[in-house]
Design a protein around this ligand. Structure first.
Ligand code: PEP
Ligand code: MN
Length: 353
């Protein structure tokens, strides 16, 4: 995907983060306009509002649909902001584009469905509009990349990803677990693709928006999409995670954006040291694996089983404790040792043949 273009629109500041903000849902013309005016006063240039809302259960507020298009047109006329909305079907794409919506995004439930993604891609063919693809609800990077590829194959070049967290059975403070390793891996696979963070849907509560946004900026994310509402506590959807335009302005002003282009000499020197240590790590791992295979050979000759659970658990525990004493994280050390052990077992199984 080296033919991608940045998500630009005339007059937008190219510095990161590019911020998209607005209510989860367009509710009434008054709410849409009040929120938009306040956000424009905070310097926001792209206004989001969901017209079609994918709700987990029937009976909830499912969005005002096409009725909200003239409201977004008024936002553009009266504030000069660009507008963005979520599309999930061919009909949504056609209605939004005909209605002059400037930026489209695809929601997490839709991104998980290749048939829906293909239908949207087909409807986008021949249009030059920025499209943002949220991660699918499940932590499945290939499915996310597949969804992005379908839009790219339709000729869309102003394309970006939105990281909004993943459904997880693990209890946590998040509504959707961030699993930062997944967007980081997406960036490794598709380095030209801009990535936005959606701290509202990751956190699920307004207190988490600032720290999540800062985390995303520290990781080098390109943009943020944040839910803001003129009266968050009376919002018709996602009320716990929406902030007032005022609060959003405060959060954005306090973000620390570290410049990513300056490479100082001392950084080069530190990176060289890391490279050297990585060489040594690899060398040590290779030696460890070789000995592990020798042990495998010994076990084979003496008809011993490969897995010796008690020794393994003792080793894990001892090293985890040692790691903590050395100032490292206990869980990190367990994860590393488990990976090494898994590979040792695999190698010994090969010897057993
Ligand atoms: C939204 O942006 O309001 C939304 C429905 O998000 P998601 O698809 O991430 O759940
Ligand atoms: Mn929402």
């Amino acid at each position: 995907m080296n033919d991608l273009q940045p998500i630009t629109l005339p007059g937008l500041d190219p510095r990161r983060p590019l911020v998209i903000a607005g209510p989860c849902s367009a509710e009434t013309e008054e709410q849409v306009l009040d929120t938009a005016r306040a956000l424009a006063a905070e310097g926001i240039r792209i206004y989001r509002a969901g017209l079609w809302k994918p709700r987990t259960k029937p009976g909830g507020f499912e969005g005002v649909g096409a009725e909200g298009i003239p409201w977004l047109q008024r936002v553009k006329r009266e504030t000069g902001m660009y507008t963005a909305t979520e599309v999930a079907t061919r009909d949504h794409v056609e209605t939004a584009l005909k209605g002059g919506v400037d930026v489209l995004w695809i929601g997490a439930r839709t991104a998980a469905n290749p048939f829906a993604m293909q239908e949207i891609a087909n409807a986008l063919r021949g249009h030059d509009v920025p499209v943002l693809v949220k991660n699918p609800v499940s932590p499945d990077l290939e499915l996310w990349i597949g969804a992005i590829e379908r839009i790219h194959n339709a000729g869309i070049r102003r394309l970006a990803a939105i990281h909004r967290g993943f459904t997880s059975i693990d209890k946590s403070i998040y509504r959707n677990h961030p699993m930062w390793a997944i967007p980081i891996e997406l960036h490794r696979r598709l380095p030209e693709l801009p990535i936005f963070c959606d701290p509202s849907h990751i956190g699920g509560k307004r207190e988490l928006i600032a720290p999540l946004s800062q985390h995303a900026m520290d990781l080098g994310f390109d943009g943020l999409i944040i839910e803001a509402h003129c009266s968050p506590d009376s919002a018709w959807s996602d009320k716990a995670q929406q902030v007032t335009p005022d609060a959003l302005g405060y959060i954005l002003r306090n973000l620390v954006i570290r410049d990513q282009t300056v490479t100082t000499e001392s950084l080069t020197e530190l990176r060289a040291q890391i490279d050297k240590l990585d060489d040594q790590l690899l060398e040590l791992l290779t030696r460890r694996m070789r000995i592990s295979r020798d042990i495998g050979q010994y076990k084979k000759e003496h008809s011993m089983p490969i897995l010796q659970a008690q020794r393994y658990e003792e080793l894990l525990e001892r090293r985890a404790k040692q790691a903590v004493e050395l100032g490292m994280d206990r869980e990190f050390m367990r994860t590393v040792l488990q990976a090494i052990h898994e590979e040792s077992v695999r190698q010994q199984m090969e010897i057993l043949g």
